[in-house]
Design a protein around this ligand. Structure first.
Ligand code: MV4
Length: 456
């Protein structure tokens, strides 16, 4: 195991990584921006190094600052968490050339999976179902038209360098396809410096089901079941749960095996997630791989009893997985609500600033992963998530009841939060029935149905 690591992140995930390291007996060096000088994780780490001003580009995304900090602190490894440089193949390559272990997949694997068109081909080679679509990138608009007609409308144009919903266009006929093609290409060229596009049949209102995987450097690859992330808003997950209310044991095994096959094909060594779309007829389709630990890894921790950050560190340090597929037991039902400092009554506008009151819920079955506290000032530079509220109960109805109880206990005064929105989501008949899909939030909580401030 590593002697000492650099934690290249902030907020709740920095705290989460530091906790995992402490239990493993690994020393931690935290880094922070000038805007995070009062952060709790700095006290929990063994050392802390300032890496620059508030904006992410000048601190947590600054490769030179991070590598200097790692060299000065004499660490064996860098733990990236999620976001920032977690899926940056160039950063992983720089780490390698500095003889610092990057706690994630090899740079080659990150690059291959970061190209969503390549990832799709990889899945096909692994005999995993993908959405019907173009064979590789679209050479020009004529190729796009030909594929769209062949597959049949509606289709979705996607950027190879995109993912997570960025740079996508839906087209329902030839003219909108041509428009979408040029718009998507310009957008992708601008955002990713790569205008490569591919095309897929558009699946209407799918469910989003993702499989957690672990792969070590000794040829072992296992899956830890699924998370249903269908409660999303503009590609931001809002609620995640495991098991998915829409999987059968048979489907779970098929998707788990498919996820493992894709990861094997990619030479995947790390914790990771294989994303699928699930349609109303129980057909599932591979869409992409997230080559990092995700925000919602905690949901899987609850149902498996495993510590995924510790697993990630063990894998990166070269240890073999100690758990075989047959040893993986999924127990109970876990739900996670992301608590964001944003205002659902004002189109989810971020709401940074001073937290005047912070009373976290607790009691049986409740876990809170948060870096926030009373008197904490949320900086304006980063994403608006201020904590994750999780529950683990025997079954889904009980988990929902416990979550509603916990949401009721949670008091955050100062910034606007998504707590009330979560209460409404978890009380909605469609969610209670487990019949919701990725259109759920849009249908019931946006526009005319938008959250209104409580009266009185
Ligand atoms: C799709 C799709 C329908 N058909 N691909 C959005 C995020 C990215 N990971 C893939 N996404 C989608 N890809 C085809 N061929 C619908 C979505 C999608 C979606 C997917 C998962 C969760 C929420 C979503 C919300 C809107 C669209």
């Amino acid at each position: 195991m590593f002697r000492r690591v650099l934690v290249a992140n902030r907020g709740e995930i920095a705290q989460r990584i530091i906790r995992a390291c402490r239990e493993l007996g690994v020393e931690t060096v935290a880094v922070y921006s000038e805007a995070d000088a009062n952060a709790v994780y700095l006290r929990q780490a063994d050392e802390a190094i300032c890496i620059g001003p508030g904006p992410g580009a000048k601190s947590y995304l600054n490769v030179a600052s991070l590598i200097s900090a790692a060299e000065i602190a004499d660490v064996d490894a860098i733990v990236p968490g999620y976001g920032f440089l977690a899926e940056n193949a160039d950063f992983a390559e720089v780490c390698r050339s500095c003889n610092i272990q990057f706690v994630g997949p090899d740079p080659e694997t990150i690059a291959a999976l970061g190209d969503k068109s390549k990832a799709r081909e990889l899945a096909q080679r692994a005999k995993v179902p993908v959405v019907p679509g173009s064979d590789g990138p679209l050479a020009d608009e004529d190729a796009a038209l030909a594929w769209a007609r062949k597959i049949g409308y509606p289709v979705m144009i996607k950027a190879s360098a995109g993912g997570g919903g960025r740079g996508m266009r839906i087209a329902r006929n030839d003219p909108s396809l041509l428009n979408g093609f040029h718009q998507a290409r310009a957008e992708a060229q601008n955002a990713f410096k790569d205008g490569t596009l591919y095309l897929e049949k558009f699946i209407e209102n799918p469910r989003h089901v993702e499989i957690q995987i672990l792969g070590d450097r000794h040829g072992h690859l296992i899956h830890l079941g699924e998370r249903d992330c269908s409660v999303q808003r503009r590609h931001q997950k809002v609620v995640e749960e495991s098991p998915s209310p829409s999987l059968t044991p048979d489907l779970r095994k098929k998707m788990g095996d498919a996820a493992v096959a894709v990861a094997k094909m990619a030479n995947y060594h790390n914790a990771g997630t294989v994303e699928f779309l699930l349609d109303r007829n129980g057909n599932f389709y591979f869409i992409e791989v997230n080559a990092r630990i995700q925000v919602e890894h905690t949901v899987t921790e609850l149902v498996t009893g495993m510590d995924l950050i510790q697993e990630q560190l063990r894998i990166a340090s070269g240890e073999p997985l100690r758990v075989r597929q047959k040893d993986v037991q999924l127990r109970g039902h876990a739900i996670e609500c992301r608590i964001n400092a944003e205002d659902p009554t004002r189109d989810f506008q971020p709401s940074p600033g001073l937290i005047q009151t912070f009373i976290a819920p607790g009691g049986p079955g409740v876990r809170v992963d948060s870096h926030a506290y009373q008197g904490y000032r949320i900086p304006p530079y980063y994403d608006s998530m201020i904590g994750k509220l999780l529950v683990l109960r025997d079954d889904r109805p009980r988990a929902i009841r416990t979550m509603l109880r916990a949401l009721g206990e949670f008091v955050i005064e100062g910034p606007a939060t998504t707590i009330e929105l979560h209460k409404r989501i978890l009380s909605h008949s469609e969610f209670l029935a487990g019949e919701h899909d990725t259109g759920f939030v849009e249908r019931h909580f946006m526009g005319a149905q938008a959250m209104r401030p409580k009266e009185g």
